[in-house]
Design a protein around this ligand. Structure first.
Ligand SMILES: [Zn+2]
Length: 165
């Protein structure tokens, strides 16, 4: 992996973290020439998922776009980028596990929101507010209290502790 500061060809891995039950690994590296630190991800290559939007049009599942939406929802909360990376990986893994080549955008949204609710309530509310499913505040509040009850009942699991190798 080439250093993008000095273009030297060799780096050393200083930390490896499994970010999705063996489906993805995040590595911190340091350039052996200039000492610059950077992060690389290694993940399984899979066929692209197609998302069916509400208006019936299709687009490719875009994890970068989803992550960007989550980052802005989690601004000024204690949620870490590693937690969000795991969340998106878990959602992706579930979508692949259902074996469909095409998935409705509402299904993706639900998967994300259920996990986000377990992670941080403020982030959940922010993410939900830009999500078109909630047409009025009453249906939104119903959904929120239902998810809170489910969390209390242990239905949504918090992400497991990070494994260091
Ligand atoms: Zn370098």
């Amino acid at each position: 992996m080439k250093c993008n500061q000095c273009h030297f060809n060799d780096s050393k891995v200083i930390e490896s973290r499994d970010v999705s039950d063996g489906q993805a690994i995040r590595r911190r590296r340091v350039c052996l020439q200039c000492g610059y630190r950077f992060t690389t991800y290694e993940r399984l290559e899979r066929p692209q998922l197609i998302i069916i939007k509400n208006d019936g049009t299709r687009e490719l599942f875009n994890r970068t776009k989803l992550l960007a939406g989550l980052y802005s929802a989690c601004e000024k909360t204690p949620v870490t980028s590693l937690q969000l990376e795991r969340l998106v990986n878990d959602v992706e893994q579930d979508l692949y596990a259902c074996g469909e080549a095409e998935v409705k955008s509402t299904k993706v949204g639900e998967q994300v929101m259920n996990r986000l609710a377990a992670l941080n309530e403020v982030a959940y509310v922010r993410f939900a507010s830009v999500y078109p499913r909630f047409k009025d505040i009453a249906s939104f509040e119903r959904e929120l209290s239902q998810i809170k009850d489910e969390i209390r009942a242990g239905k949504h699991q918090k992400p497991t502790e990070l494994v260091k190798d």
